[in-house]
Design a protein around this ligand. Structure first.
Ligand code: FCB
Length: 440
């Protein structure tokens, strides 16, 4: 790797990230059904209809996984607590679920790692999905109640608490594009989910502040999305994509407004009185999480209705996901966030990584493309710091190969390989390279 720990400020954190449904094994410990279980059980949504019932069995194997994280010389662990494990029907507490996160927290701390919790990484209880999920305003209040319950149990020991992971995925990807649970393709549902997920963030912030938590933020995903050419229609399309994907959520969380061009597209489908929620949504945060993976050049698509745009054919090297590798985009988004939205507020790269068709050969996994990818993106964070962004840490996605949502177990993002038949863990070459770099 081209960097060493000493290239970064003393308090800069290196870590790895996971999410509950993707690794734990949701059939254990009395967890309730989530909308991902039913989405996966519906033909055509997920490759081979795979779900998170067993996943990596982190529920039982977390001590081994945390040992591997610690042995890599990491400082922090980003994980999510599953709402459906803590409250299987979304409202009634499951003590077994709470106890799991209590044990997990202690195990993280015992290894000298800093716990970075995410409250919602898509583990919506089916009972609440039945009532409309994120299209229903009531879900935001129930989310607040869950925030209270889990914070009372483990909040005092968290280094950091994120409200929502990737609201774009929760709302637009899931209610407009239909690629994630609940798999809707509906403009009205989208407008509601885009607002309610930010209201859920605001509600959780209110509950966390009432308990004196001073380490709270949100995790947003960003893509570099320039116009593919300089025709006016292309430029307008790329600007609209940027507004939907990159600006809607950060603008709401920091300025209390939504981009007008997206509001115009939603017309009268926004929930009535949404303006009254914007003060709660934009209350001050302590840090911002940035997830960044790729670039998509954008073109105008005259054959479709709003937003009349699509991704152009890729021109750069691709990962196993078919995502272009473009580290400069990370530098760009970190600098942009600091200059346009958060100023000196700490920023963490809460996810960055890539999938590859990794194989175990002679007991080892050689993944040179990932080594270069990680090195280049960590260097991009370093350049952003030099440009003035207050970047405080970098979390690799992901600690383990895991359940990659609609792609099932086919796409391998881990720095540790998981054999999904035997559940054996094998650290990849990138794990060893990262360990060496952060020890230097
Ligand atoms: C992000 C998600 C994470 C994982 C990576 C590859 O959008 O937060 O759960 O799926 O992408």
């Amino acid at each position: 790797m081209d960097f060493k720990r000493s290239d970064f400020p003393k308090d800069f954190l290196f870590g790895a990230a996971t999410a509950a449904y993707q690794i734990e094994g949701h059939k254990f410990g009395g967890a309730g059904s989530t909308h991902w279980d039913t989405f996966a059980a519906t033909p055509g949504n997920v490759i081979r209809a795979e779900d998170g019932a067993l996943a990596c069995d982190h529920y039982h194997r977390y001590p081994e996984d945390l040992d591997l994280l610690k042995d890599a010389g990491m400082d922090a662990y980003r994980f999510s607590t599953s709402w459906a494990r803590v409250m299987p029907d979304g409202r009634t507490v499951n003590p077994e679920g709470l106890d799991f996160y209590d044990r997990l927290t202690d195990a993280i701390l015992e290894r000298g790692l800093k716990p970075f919790q995410t409250l919602y990484h898509w583990e919506l209880p089916s009972a609440l999905a039945d009532k409309g999920g994120w299209t229903n305003r009531d879900t935001t209040k129930y989310f607040g109640d869950y925030t209270d319950v889990i914070t009372d149990k483990i909040g005092d020991r968290m280094a950091s608490i994120a409200t929502i992971n990737e609201p774009w995925c929760v709302s637009f990807l899931s209610h407009f594009l239909g690629h994630h649970a609940p798999g809707l393709r509906d403009l009205r549902a989208t407008a509601r989910a885009m607002h309610h997920i930010m209201l859920a963030h605001g509600e959780a912030m209110t509950r966390l502040r009432a308990k004196g938590m001073d380490n709270c933020g949100i995790v947003l995903n960003f893509e570099h999305s320039p116009p593919a050419n300089d025709e006016p229609a292309t430029i307008a399309a790329a600007n609209l994509q940027d507004a939907i994907y990159n600006r809607w959520f950060i603008e709401a969380a920091t300025k209390g407004t939504y981009p007008q061009e997206v509001l115009d597209g939603f017309g009268d489908h926004m929930p009535a009185g949404w303006q009254d929620d914007m003060t709660q949504i934009s209350q001050k945060m302590d840090w911002l999480g940035v997830n960044y993976y790729t670039r998509h050049e954008i073109v105008h698509d005259p054959d479709t209705v709003w937003p009349s745009l699509k991704a152009a054919e890729p021109t750069l090297d691709l990962t196993q996901m078919g995502w272009e590798i473009y580290p400069e985009g990370l530098q760009d988004v970190l600098t942009r966030m600091s200059q346009d939205y958060v100023g000196d507020m700490p920023i963490y790269v809460t996810e960055n990584g890539m999938a590859w068709d990794d194989r175990v050969e002679n007991g080892a996994v050689f993944d040179p493309v990932r080594m270069q990818y990680v090195s280049d993106h960590i260097m991009a964070a370093k350049h952003a710091i030099a440009e003035g962004a207050n970047v405080k840490g970098f979390f690799y996605w992901s600690l383990l190969d895991n359940y990659e949502w609609a792609f099932g177990y086919e796409k391998r993002f881990g720095m540790i390989h998981v054999d999904f038949d035997t559940l054996k863990r094998t650290p990849k070459a990138s794990y060893h390279a990262l360990k060496t770099a952060i020890a230097r």
